[in-house]
Design a protein. Structure first.
Lengths: 243, 315
């Protein structure tokens, strides 16, 4: 079944500060789409709009799941998670005083995922063997790379159709970023996910991207139909590659 | 069907309590026991919101007193049996808990704490000015001299309180080990992250405030019949609010049995000191013990024991 996300003319902000000015994007079934942009351009705000943490002041966010289309605007975060969207938040946002396994169980709060907690736990432990070893350890006492594994595994515990990944590279050493990005690609293929990843690390994100958008000051400035189109774009050269 | 040891122990304690009431001669034991059990229920109730969910409530005495005064008002009005008064007081305070939740749960941290304190003061002013329940002069309750199955009224109150305490502990234990408890722990750790994971944070917080309020109301309802004279000063006593925070902190707030340990320990010490030294020294003792625990064992007795066991295993 096709799962996709259609974002049309989304406007959002915090109080009197406008952040997004009519943002439109598409994430089609089975794609990995990257949202590129440096800090403060609205990447995380858009992700928050999709997950219902921030309510947009205008526009539409349509989710298609199993042939049904739902407008996410006005829905609460828990309803959105119930529809099959999972988030790997920026900065991981684990529950530091809870154990790794308790963190993973909280990922399975979605009603549809409760029946298969055992299988999903086995799946994420197989994907990240380190987490099985550390199941009883407090999440807050783990290294950054391990914490990122917990964050991704926790999101997968809800059996999402659409996975949102917000800045997976923050606070990680470059080698760990590469591994994590490769792992996300691997998991996406195994679980037939549709992925939207917000990232400022262009070189890492582009490795697994099918398509991408560049957001600057709340406007989508460029839409790259392929990884190469992004790589050869002048704005990318200017912003990221320093050429 | 497998019956967990928890339920067997619970039933045994209740039977033990009844037999104790039948056998024991010294009436003081029932009075002291009642007070300890009362603070145990308050501690367990406080811990549902303060310990599991991480929202500190300074207004415990408010819920307790509203429970007590609901019982007084209905007793004057209907002369209803005690058990009915307890149930209605629980419902009323549960609704107040729900309302408090709706009004104040947008506030976090210290602001929430202040709001609950303010709420208790509002209720105190209302009751002080409500003539029907005695206003500031207070109200007398005449308790029956004979009760079925028990030798005296205080014995019945003691066993009743034991029953209510066991129910509170069972409810709190259920909340902590169920899926609800997982969600509450997530809220305590990082509320925004919990929301992102699809944890219904508002609903869980409202469950938490409602259960806390209801439990405190249930705890307050028999109070007028225990003391036979009640005024706003005694019902809104500072010690009630302080104890209900101190006991979970001393026992350990993260697990359901933490407040039980804290209440039994601190409550018993308080009773012994009241008899042997003076009742005024009570509140000083609570203060000193609390400061010691916050400084030396911030996770309470439960945390202390866990640390020791971890070290042993390490060796």
């Amino acid at each position: 079944m096709a799962n996709s996300l259609t974002i049309r003319n989304v406007e959002a902000g915090y109080g009197s500060v406008r952040v997004l000015y009519g943002v439109s994007m598409d994430v089609n079934d089975g794609e990995t789409v990257v949202l590129l942009g440096s800090n403060g351009n609205g990447k995380s705000t858009l992700i928050k709009c999709i997950t219902g943490i921030v309510q947009p002041s205008g526009g539409e966010i349509l989710l298609s799941v199993d042939g049904q289309q739902v407008n996410l605007i006005g829905k609460s975060p828990e309803e959105i998670v119930d529809l099959g969207i999972a988030l790997v938040p920026e900065g991981r946002r684990l529950f530091p005083a809870l154990s790794v396994e308790e963190n993973l169980m909280l990922g399975a709060y979605r009603k549809a995922a409760r029946a298969r907690i055992e299988e999903n736990l086995e799946f994420v432990y197989t994907a990240f063997p380190r987490l099985r070893e550390r199941a009883g350890q407090l999440a807050g006492s783990m290294s950054g790379g391990e914490q990122q594994m917990v964050a991704v595994a926790r999101a997968l515990m809800s059996e999402p159709r659409v996975l949102l990944v917000d800045e997976p590279s923050v606070g990680l050493a470059p080698i760990l970023v590469s591994r994590m990005i490769a792992k996300i690609k691997e998991l996406k293929d195994e679980r037939n996910l549709t992925v939207l990843m917000a990232e400022q690390n262009f070189n890492q994100a582009i490795k697994i991207a099918d398509r991408g958008y560049i957001i600057v000051h709340g406007h989508i400035e460029f839409e790259g139909e392929s990884a190469d189109a992004l790589r050869n774009n002048e704005m990318i050269r200017e912003y990221y590659l320093g050429a | 069907m497998k019956i967990s040891p928890f339920w067997i122990i619970t039933v045994l304690i209740l039977i033990g309590g009844y037999l104790f009431a039948e056998w024991a001669e010294n009436q003081f034991l029932f009075f002291a026991g009642y007070v300890v059990l009362q603070s145990l229920i308050m501690a367990v109730a406080w811990n549902i919101l303060g310990g599991f969910t991480g929202y500190v409530n300074f207004g415990s005495a408010g819920f307790f007193a509203v429970g007590a005064y609901t019982a007084i008002a209905l007793h004057q009005f209907l002369e209803a049996p005690l058990i009915v008064l307890i149930i209605i007081a629980g419902v009323v305070c549960g609704l107040i808990g729900l309302g408090t939740g709706y009004l104040t749960l947008r506030l976090r941290g210290v602001y929430f704490a202040i709001a609950t304190l303010a709420m208790a003061i509002v209720f105190e002013s209302l009751i002080t000015n409500w003539e029907y329940v005695g206003g500031s002069t207070g109200a007398y309750v005449i308790t029956p001299t004979e009760v079925a199955f028990f030798d005296s009224y205080i014995e019945m109150l003691f066993v009743l309180m034991l029953f209510l305490a066991l129910v509170s502990v069972a409810v709190s234990r259920y909340l902590s080990i169920s899926r609800i408890g997982q969600g509450l722990a997530a809220i305590r750790d990082d509320e925004t992250a919990a929301e992102c994971m699809g944890v219904p944070t508002l609903r869980l917080k409202l469950i938490s405030t409602t259960v806390m309020g209801a439990m405190m109301g249930v705890c307050g309802a028999p109070f007028p019949f225990f003391v036979t004279y009640i005024n706003p000063l005694s019902a809104f006593d500072l010690l009630i609010a302080v104890n209900s925070i101190a006991m979970p902190m001393i026992g350990g707030t993260a697990v359901w049995f933490g407040p039980v340990i804290g209440a039994l320990l601190l409550g018993t010490i308080q009773q012994i000191i009241t008899v042997t030294v003076s009742s005024e020294l009570n509140i000083l003792i609570v203060g000193v013990v609390l400061v010691l625990f916050v400084a030396l064992a911030p996770r309470g007795i439960v945390g202390l024991v866990q640390d020791v066991m971890k070290k042993r295993r390490g060796k």
